[in-house]
Design a protein around this ligand. Structure first.
Ligand code: ATP
Ligand code: MG
Ligand code: FE
Length: 333
């Protein structure tokens, strides 16, 4: 079973071929980061145009590298949402065209389901499992009883973790995307500033990062007003430590509450090394089996979409040529 995955939900144009749901045959990603950087974030119109320019070539490249012909594909899986509608539409249109031309099944995939399946490409998921999803638009704890069965245990009530990284990076005059920049700067500093941790109600598995973001901005503002020496590296390290502590604690709390011994880390922020290390250490201590995607599968890619799509395909789920991009597609129906 060979499935082509297509992902265009934001600013990467990506295509990949995955065999039997977990063997990566090719994984091609064309990032637009350089194009959007001068605007300080993704410009939707620019992203859509760039996707149009690249998508055909990226798909061709993915098939060539995998040495698979279009007519030999079992199905085509595409990110249906959530994401930027104009960006999603390009991938969906390309997937439909391929499905129609070759007479192969079409499967729409939820972008966050994809992020969770990134780990599956390293070692097959064991169930039940809890996924800590930390990305640019999502921060959620998802319980999975089986393939493609999702239950939400908690979510952010305001900003996503990645969004907080990007916003704090911005006030530190660091370029977009902010996550890797903060991580690099934090390496030079120490977490000496005690920023607030939003634990919310006891036992809550929800998150909140907007208070932390404001605390960082206020701290900077006060320090500047009093003309104090600002150690940006310490500030970055302190912010990162605050995010990390809450994410790790709540993921462990979720695993204990649900008596689950498998955990996966998913989404762009899972590229963050201190987070990976802290979670790994904690999981080892608690006897929890942790799976973390390799760096290249943390941020947006199509391999994860092909992997997740394979399980929808195997369950007999099919989408028609009326499949539409849905910027607000829910994970749980
Ligand atoms: P979503 O998946 O919620 O739709 P998205 O696709 O835009 O959003 P991803 O591509 O999964 O998000 O992840 C991008 C986010 O990950 C950005 O906010 C970025 O700053 C963050 N990120 C990437 N690398 C790191 C890192 N090393 N440390 C912290 N954050 C990171
Ligand atoms: Mg991106
Ligand atoms: Fe993403």
């Amino acid at each position: 079973c060979r499935i082509l995955g297509i992902e265009t939900s934001c600013d990467e144009t990506a295509a990949a071929v995955v065999e039997d749901g977990h063997r990566l045959l090719s994984n091609v990603i064309s990032s637009q980061v350089e194009i959007h950087r001068r605007f300080g974030g993704v410009v939707p119109e620019v992203a859509s145009r760039r996707h149009v320019e690249r998508i055909t070539w990226i798909i061709q490249e993915a098939l060539e590298r995998a040495q698979v012909r279009q007519q030999d594909l079992s199905a085509v899986a595409v990110t249906q949402g959530p994401g930027l509608v104009g960006a999603l539409l390009i991938g969906v249109a390309a997937a439909k065209a391929l499905s129609f031309a070759q007479g192969i099944p079409l499967v729409g995939v939820h972008h966050i389901a994809g992020h969770i399946y990134a780990s599956h490409l390293v070692k097959p998921l064991s169930f039940p499992v809890i996924a800590l999803v930390v990305s640019g638009g999502h921060t959620e704890l998802i319980y999975m009883s089986d393939h493609y069965r999702f239950e939400r245990l908690g979510r952010t009530r305001d900003d996503a973790a990645g969004e907080a990284f990007d916003k704090v990076a911005r006030v530190l005059d660091l370029p977009y995307p902010g996550g890797p920049q903060i991580e690099a700067l934090a390496r030079e500093g120490k977490p000496v500033i005690d920023f607030p941790r939003a634990w919310l109600e006891p036992d809550s598995l929800d998150f909140s990062f907007s208070g932390l973001k404001s605390a960082v901005i206020n701290w900077l503002h006060n320090a500047r007003q009093r003309s104090l020496d600002i150690n940006r590296a310490d500030l970055a390290a302190s912010f990162q430590a605050a995010v990390q502590e809450v994410l790790v604690e709540k993921a462990i709390r979720a695993a204990k509450q649900k008596k689950v011994s498998h955990l996966v880390l998913a989404g762009g922020v899972s590229a963050n090394k201190p987070l990976r290390e802290a979670l790994a250490k904690r999981c080892e201590r608690e006897g929890i089996d942790l799976r973390v995607p390799p760096l290249e599968l943390c941020t947006d890619n199509a391999a994860m979409i092909a992997a997740a799509g394979t399980y929808r395909f195997w369950e007999g789920e099919r989408d028609g040529l009326n499949l539409n991009a849905r910027p607000d597609l829910p994970l749980i129906l």
